[in-house]
Design a protein. Structure first.
Length: 364
């Protein structure tokens, strides 16, 4: 009987790890902060073609295909609706985060502990002691940290390694609109403000996510920090969005008008410089807990899936004492490239938007 593997974090990275380890005969249990019955649809994202192998490995490719939008093209427009550029996409899905989490949860047969918000972690005598705010305490001999960009496990391991902002913020909204989904015609679109060559440029992305559902997001450079703080207020955000729709194409205006402003939110994407190791003793970091990536890369989900599957395979094929170094040596270059790619995109977006419009693409 193989030893139990404890996973902190029951979202995409943690659930993927649970499934990948189970498929190789490892018992696992997952400790998750939030109860899914309290979850909202929340964020959505592109799952790029490079993730297809990972989705198939986890046995969820067809499930995802059935609940997501099949994205066949990327299209960039100016704010009046004139096409700037277009490119084909293969095996790419527009997916709501909650839908992917539900699919992964249905495939995971281990034990999921909900409402377990990690409060304290300690290490002694080859065991990690996890203390949760609920009062529950457990010991783990092998631990995987998959608890997101604000990972408490990473902060315990690397207290001085900080998140950096990308120099832009986003307003995100979701709505149901059959007319817009039909007009998108299986495309992911970005619309850019007409004055995108000055510091007031804005990018508006719109993504179908299955059925008549879609998610949209505004990407705005942080030129005035006070403006960002003001937009956390719903009334200020609603006024800002109403003023914006007057200068944009009918498609973007309709998406914003179809959305309940109270359901929108302001989000600051962040990244972290590459860690010098992804493990400590028998503790391993994966996904955003290990390497938060800027949203512009569209690589967060893909990278989390890859991490989970690769780590499980290393556990199966190697002595535990060798896994940490192998995991780092095999993954660090790919992750470093994606970190730098995100920084490069964000720098061009905030400083040289005319170059960004020409260069940006969805890189596998």
């Amino acid at each position: 009987m193989r030893e139990m593997i404890d996973i902190v974090g029951g979202s995409i990275a943690g659930l993927s790890a649970g499934i990948a380890f189970e498929r190789l005969g490892f018992p696992t249990r997952i400790w998750e902060r939030d109860n899914p019955i309290h979850s909202k649809d929340g964020h959505a994202f592109l799952v790029l073609g490079s993730a297809l192998g990972s989705l198939q490995h986890l046995g969820i490719a067809e499930d995802l295909r059935n609940t997501s939008a099949n994205i066949q093209r990327g299209m960039y427009f100016d704010n009046k609706g004139d096409l700037i550029k277009s490119f084909d996409l293969q095996d790419t899905f527009g997916t709501k985060r909650i839908d992917l989490v539900r699919i992964l949860t249905s495939k995971y047969s281990g034990r999921l502990h909900y409402d377990c918000d990690l409060e304290k972690i300690s290490f002694d005598d080859d065991y990690y002691t996890l203390e949760f705010q609920s009062g529950e305490i457990t010991k783990a001999s092998t631990l995987i940290g998959a608890d997101g960009a604000n990972s408490r496990i990473r902060k315990w391991l690397y207290p001085n390694h900080k998140l950096h902002t990308g120099g832009y913020f986003e307003i995100v909204g979701s709505c149901e609109n059959a007319n817009i989904v039909k007009a998108l015609d299986n495309s992911f679109q970005k619309h850019f403000s007409q004055d995108h060559m000055n510091e007031n440029h804005i990018a508006f992305g719109i993504l179908p996510t299955g059925g008549d559902d879609l998610t949209w997001f505004l990407q705005i450079p942080v030129t005035v920090p006070e403006q960002v703080n003001d937009l956390y207020n719903v009334e200020s955000r609603e006024k800002f969005l109403q003023e914006l729709t007057a200068n944009w194409s009918s498609l973007t205006a309709e998406a914003i008008e179809s959305t309940d402003t109270h359901s929108t939110y302001v989000w600051r994407s962040g990244y972290m410089d590459l860690l010098h190791t992804f493990h400590f003793h028998n503790m391993f970091l994966i996904g955003d807990a290990c390497h938060p990536l800027l949203s512009m890369t569209s690589q967060g989900v893909n990278t989390a899936l890859e991490d989970a599957i690769h780590l499980a395979q290393l556990f199966n094929d190697n002595d535990l004492q060798d896994v940490g170094n192998l995991f780092y040596s095999n993954r660090k270059d790919v992750i470093a490239d994606r970190i730098e790619y995100g920084k490069h995109l964000a720098d061009r977006f905030t400083k040289q938007p005319e170059q960004w419009v020409k260069m940006v693409h969805l890189a596998d």
